[in-house]
Write a protein that binds this ligand. Structure first.
Ligand SMILES: *[C@@H]1O[C@H](CO)[C@@H](O)[C@H](O)[C@H]1NC(C)=O
Ligand SMILES: *[C@@H]1O[C@H](CO)[C@@H](O)[C@H](O)[C@H]1NC(C)=O
Length: 482
């Protein structure tokens, strides 16, 4: 019964011996330097898994390892406590009784997320941000088992994680000092944070909404969402999606005095290591399912983009996604005129806070053209076989490809990338041509994230060379014909 625990422990010891503290310290150092120096290049290239497991009297290192490009390393710790004894006073709760027959805590630690799944007599206490797994058999464990994590799916990004509250899951004996339930719930719960990078549209989808779909869709709405670091505007912004995933009112847990009991809880969210993606081989869903879910949540009507055939009445519609602060087109009128000459019905729009309205406009388009930026996340609402043209500013190739280029392939959207020439960037007006910032972008790898961001993301606007761009637009028309 307790062997799984013992296994988990000996695994820890083995890893500890193998690695030693010297290696541990150097791993920490690597993590630190990667985060500060190469932040935008972390992604799937550098995989570092580091997890401290804190037992009662020992500090155990479960693993610290780096693996190759694209490889996903997982670490799991599992505690299973069988509970076969029956207590007569619990007979009236037959349904719940069944659920508690097997108590389980399973924590998974991956390169980009960490999540725990627990079953049994689960007690959630907001004030202490603790989830207790009360077990009558817990005396058999020589030591208390616990696991701490931050329930936001971007664990490799220190900048995001600083604003995320840490939660602890503890297996404790039911007779020990474990808080009594003040509210009983019969459905499972999912605990997640809306801290991190919320406020950025891209991060709201890649770090929260897609992971939440992956974690909670299986419950068919019969699940309680528990939010830590609650941001009320975020909940209203994504209300349509949240209501579809959970039919219960969202619980704001951080200041909650109650002890909420559940038969099952997930703390943290599952996610794929790639942005805006779902791995259909690992989960029973794909991005196709997520897009279908978006269509049904927002009642989006168009499933397929237009097929240009002779006698078609409607012109294909192209959206120029504009931006205000940086990476904006400074010759939008010229681009619009040129796109119209290609036979497009052109609309120019900036992404707004009203998800419902914007999702509908994007869904009405066949081509979306925009400069790299969070607004491009709206490609999620494009119909199948639509064309997405990403304009890539100087030095942003890596971000452009990883954030939107690769993800769009799994969305059944046709992707075109237009890399601007240096002359099309307003950086030429700000720096002399021989300035370090204008040189081979490989030097950029040596820049800190803040400096990189302040130059290439924040100071760059685009004056699209319409003649140079024409073949790309021609190609978009051809793709719609296919
Ligand atoms: C286990 O944890 C509980 C609550 O955190 C504490 O009261 C108890 O003393 C611990 N048990 C052991 C054996 O350390
Ligand atoms: C919750 O359920 C437990 C076990 O079934 C029971 O002992 C307790 O009184 C219930 N608490 C409330 C507040 O209903």
């Amino acid at each position: 019964m307790i062997y799984d625990t013992v296994l988990a422990k000996s695994f820890s010891r083995y890893e500890q011996k193998k690695l030693g503290y010297g290696a541990f310290v150097s791993c920490l150092f690597i993590v630190f330097s990667l985060c500060t120096v190469f932040k935008p290049y972390l992604g799937p290239v550098h995989v570092l898994n580091l997890k401290l497991f804190i037992g009662v009297d020992t500090k155990m290192l479960i693993t610290g390892s780096s693996s190759q490009i694209g490889k996903v390393k997982e670490n799991k710790a599992k505690v299973v406590v069988e509970d076969t004894g029956s207590s007569p006073q619990m007979d009236k709760n037959k349904v719940e009784r069944k659920e508690t027959e097997k108590e389980e805590l399973l924590c998974t630690s991956e390169e980009r997320t960490e999540f725990c799944q627990a079953r049994g007599d689960i007690r959630v206490q907001g004030k202490s941000s603790t989830v207790y797994i009360a077990s009558s058999k817990a005396t058999m464990l020589e030591k208390n088992m616990s696991w701490s994590l931050k329930p936001y799916a971007r664990r490799d990004d220190a900048g995001a994680m600083t604003s995320v509250r840490e939660w602890t899951l503890k297996v404790v004996n039911v007779n020990q000092k474990v808080p009594q339930c003040t509210q009983n719930h019969s459905i499972p719960a999912v605990v997640f944070s809306t801290g991190g990078y919320t406020g950025n549209h891209f991060h709201e989808f890649t770090d929260i909404l897609i992971p939440l779909f992956l974690t909670a869709r299986q419950f068919n709405g019969k699940v309680q969402f528990i939010i830590t670091n609650k941001r009320p505007w975020w909940i209203s912004k994504h209300e349509s999606l949240l209501k579809k995933l959970s039919h219960y009112e969202i619980m704001d847990i951080d200041e909650d005095d109650e002890v909420h009991c559940f038969p099952r809880v997930n703390v943290g969210l599952k996610r794929h290591h790639k942005e805006l993606s779902i791995d259909p081989q690992k989960h029973s869903y794909s991005m196709k399912d997520f897009r279908a879910f978006l269509r049904s949540s927002y009642a989006l009507k168009r499933l397929e983009a237009i097929k240009i055939i002779n006698g078609q009445h409607r012109k294909p519609r192209l959206m120029i996604l504009s931006r205000k602060r940086s990476r904006s087109f400074i010759n939008t009128d010229e681009i619009e005129k040129m796109a119209k000459s290609f036979g497009f019905d052109v609309i120019v729009m900036e992404a707004g806070r009203s998800m419902w309205g914007f999702a509908h406009v994007v869904n009405s388009c066949d081509v979306l053209l925009g400069v790299h930026g969070a607004g491009l996340t709206n490609i999620l609402f494009l119909p199948e076989n639509a064309v997405f043209i990403q304009v890539v500013p100087y030095a942003l190739e890596w971000l452009a490809t990883n954030d939107f280029g690769m993800p769009s392939k799994d969305m059944n959207i046709k992707y075109l990338e237009y890399k601007i020439s240096l002359e099309e960037s307003t950086l030429v007006e700000q720096y002399p041509v021989d300035h370090m910032f204008m040189k081979d972008p490989s030097v950029i790898g040596k820049m800190g994230w803040q400096e990189f961001k302040s130059v290439y993301l924040d100071k760059q606007n685009i004056k699209l060379d319409v003649d140079r761009f024409k073949p790309t637009l021609q190609r978009a028309l051809e793709l719609l014909n296919k």
